[in-house]
Design a protein around this ligand. Structure first.
Ligand code: ATP
Length: 439
């Protein structure tokens, strides 16, 4: 007689022993004797109304592919058992069987948000295939407040061709990010993992977000953008959960890029941010970044800041945002390209790009876009008067330049001070090089 047979015999003489019955049910389940397991779990559940035997019954029914019975049970129970992650997972599987894919997907995501151990990547892929979703909204539940924030994962349609200039940055991203993400097996062979963290810094509007999206586009990765202030705005204690859920979802969808804007806002060195919320959120971010505790392979986290001097030094330690990249204002050649990119779909005539670009020293990419929009408005006014299309010309763009001033000058002044007087471990060497080149 094997162990199970002995226990079944024992159960015949002590039918009320629910601990013994539970053990028998577990062994029967492990031995793939699902019908018997179900019967024993049911006997216990009818007496004790406990979660363990309820879940045992449901697991057995799923193995028996009796989705109808499982659905009936779970629908009866789910109202009473709040935030019952396993219940949502069962609901999801039953609805999948009924070809109710949208609902199945919603319940699956809910289950995983509540308990990440319920993750089942193959099942999720199936759900996504059936729902035809390329773009998957991430719902983050706030248990106490009952509110939600949305982060959107998407596959960006732009790539490096859409980013003007920044050739050195693209090259560095190609070798340090894209190559490892596309060839993780090579990295694994050398005991390294693709992914990790990189910090982009520079004046506002010079393409930190834009080049990050284009990086995801280059390697066909999912991309999600969040800003720290959005997360900090959440109710106390919820921010960390939101951050964790975001990372978990990104891991499920790997290769993924999480773009975190205003990373300085999380740093404890920023004045006024030394409060408890900021500290716990920083700790949560560090936990997520530390690959020792989490599988961060094929997950790249790009942090961005206009104020690198306020970024918490703990965030820059090895294994976290240990690569740091300056995104400078565009040089003359890049300004020509940005002008061309923003004017390519508008009617234009005899534009002297080089002349204009030379006049736009210290203009950011966003400033240049602003000048192009201004010039378009001016041409539209002329077109309305003339009653026909009037192309944008150099003069329209020049009047934009006269009105819209470059926005990076203040930033460059501050950066020069930090680079000159507090350049610990040479982190701002790239800024010094920039000033050297642009004397
Ligand atoms: P912030 O620090 O304010 O968040 P940022 O550095 O992230 O700014 P982006 O949002 O990436 O700047 O850039 C603003 C806009 O400027 C972009 O959407 C894009 O239209 C334009 N732009 C900036 N840099 C470039 C570039 N190198 N090539 C083409 N367009 C650019």
């Amino acid at each position: 007689m094997d162990e199970l047979q002995v226990l079944i015999k024992a159960l015949e003489v002590s039918a009320d022993n629910s601990i013994l019955r539970s053990h028998v049910a577990k062994l029967q389940f492990e031995g793939e004797r699902y019908e018997e397991a179900y019967e024993n779990y049911k006997i216990i559940y009818d007496q004790e109304n406990d979660l363990e035997s309820l879940e045992g019954m449901l697991k057995s029914l799923l193995e028996l592919e009796d989705y109808e019975e499982a659905l009936e049970i779970v629908e009866d129970e789910i109202e009473e058992r709040q935030n019952w992650a396993f219940g949502y997972k069962v609901l999801s599987e039953c609805l999948y069987d009924e070809e109710e894919y949208e609902e199945a997907k919603t319940y699956y995501e809910k289950a995983v948000e509540l308990d990440t151990n319920l993750r089942d990547e193959e099942f999720y892929e199936e759900l996504l295939n059936h729902t035809g979703k390329e773009k998957v909204p991430l719902k983050v539940i706030n248990f106490s407040a009952g509110e939600e924030i949305d982060g959107e994962f998407e596959k960006p349609k732009i790539n490096f061709e859409n980013v003007a200039g920044l050739e050195d940055v693209k090259e560095s991203i190609r070798s340090n990010i894209i190559f490892p993400l596309q060839n993780p097996e090579i990295y694994r062979a050398y005991g390294k993992s693709a992914g990790g963290g990189i910090l982009l810094y520079g004046p506002p509007g010079c393409g930190k977000t834009f080049i990050s999206m284009a990086t995801a586009g280059e390697c066909n990765a999912h991309f999600v953008s969040i800003s720290i202030t959005d997360i900090l705005d959440m109710y106390l204690g919820e921010s960390e959960k939101n951050l964790h859920t975001l990372f978990e979802t990104a891991r499920l969808k790997a290769p993924s890029i999480i773009f975190i804007d205003e990373i300085d806002a999380i740093g404890s060195s920023r004045q006024g941010m030394k409060n408890q919320t900021s500290r716990t959120l920083t700790n949560q971010l560090l936990i997520e970044l530390d690959s020792t505790r989490n599988n961060n392979e094929n997950l790249l986290v790009i942090g961005a800041t206009n104020m690198p001097w306020y970024v918490d030094s703990a965030i820059r330690r090895p294994g976290r945002f240990d690569r740091i990249q300056f995104i400078p204002p565009p040089d003359t050649a890049a300004r020509i390209e940005i002008l061309k990119l923003h004017l390519k779909d508008r009617p234009c005539e005899d534009i002297d790009y080089t002349f204009l670009a030379k006049k736009m020293k210290n203009y950011s990419g966003a400033d240049i876009k602003g000048v192009c929009d201004f010039a378009s408005d001016r041409a539209i006014k002329k077109a309305m008067k003339a009653g026909k299309i009037v192309p944008i010309n150099t003069d329209d763009l020049l009047s934009g330049i006269r009105i819209l001033k470059p926005s990076t000058i203040e930033w460059l002044k501050t950066a020069k001070n930090y680079a000159t007087y507090s350049n610990q471990s040479g982190i701002y060497d790239e800024i010094l090089e920039y000033f050297e080149k642009n004397k």
